[in-house]
Design a protein around this ligand. Structure first.
Ligand code: NAD
Length: 259
């Protein structure tokens, strides 16, 4: 029983401040809910008018910052406000991401630029701003970047060519950052989700309706994932229980990616 208490204590996020990009809906929102349930205060960034759920009802401090992760001025201002309003930043989860809305042969330069800006540069600069704040505090911290199964394997889906490349970049960023930020005890890891039921998969399935059956029959566990399926691993990575875990990728795909 003593051992269980040790784990429970280290899994707690009580008193920490977690920044979550793309936290207004989908996977980001589920991660915000789970972090709040473990006691973390939340700074949620997204481009939507408001989050789908107000998480201050879970008894933590939860603020919403309408911020586009591709706008550097806005990002700097938001991270400055978070540091002032919360007094600290301990963790950052980058879930803001987009998928292409057209197949490979229809991609224009601007479509690719947009994907790279949101998925790669937005991730890079959020990680940089969070790491600067954590370095100044001298407390250590944890960054979790959301990559994708599309960075590990080819998927029979029309829109994932450049998207997959951006998620590959996110995983390489993670391995580099894990080394770069280790001297400040800032741990950096990625999660690679498989098929998860959100507006993003809905968007893909609108043009390829047969994808619904791929999403649910391809994973060995025999179902599509839910946003909450991602949350336990992220809470672990944000917590002190993961104090020796950095530079790692955790695939959460219902068994699609083997070891
Ligand atoms: P989603 O579209 O439901 O949520 C993404 C959120 O990011 C939205 O709230 C959106 O408004 C926000 N966002 C988009 N551009 C932004 C910007 N410029 N600045 C700030 N916020 C922005 O999608 P989701 O499925 O919840 O995806 C979350 C993350 O998980 C993404 O990075 C996605 O690539 C990744 N992912 C999803 C799946 C899946 O099957 N759903 C699989 C693998 C990886």
């Amino acid at each position: 029983a003593g051992e269980n208490r040790w784990i429970a204590e280290r899994m707690s996020l009580m008193g920490k401040t977690t920044v979550i990009t793309g936290g207004a809906r989908g996977i980001g929102l589920a991660l915000a809910e789970a972090a709040a349930e473990a006691g973390s205060n939340l700074a949620i960034l997204d481009v939507l008018d408001k989050p789908q759920r107000d998480l201050s009802e879970l008894g933590v401090k939860a603020e919403y910052y309408r911020t586009d992760v591709t706008k550097m001025d806005m990002l700097e201002e938001t991270f400055g406000r978070i540091s002032r309003e919360f007094g600290r930043i301990d963790n950052c989860v980058t879930a803001a991401g987009i998928v292409a809305d057209k197949p490979f042969f229809e991609h224009k330069w601007d479509d690719c630029e947009r994907l790279l800006k949101v998925n790669v540069l937005g991730t890079f600069f959020c990680a940089q701003l969070a790491a600067k704040a954590i370095r100044e505090q001298g407390t250590g911290g944890s960054l979790v970047l959301i990559a994708s199964i599309a960075s590990h394997m080819a998927i029979p889906l029309q829109r994932l060519t450049m998207y997959g490349a951006t998620k590959g970049a996110v995983r390489v960023l993670m391995t580099q950052l894990a080394v770069e930020l280790a001297p400040w005890n800032i741990r950096v890891n990625t999660i690679s989700p498989g098929f998860i039921r959100t507006d993003m998969t809905e968007l893909c399935a609108v043009q390829q309706p047969e994808l619904y059956s791929v999403f649910s029959s391809a994973p060995p566990l025999g179902r599509i994932g839910e946003p909450s399926d991602i949350a336990g691993a992220v809470n672990y990575l944000l917590s002190d229980a993961a104090s020796y875990t950095t530079g790692a990728d955790i695939s959460i795909t219902g068994g699609l990616i083997g070891g």
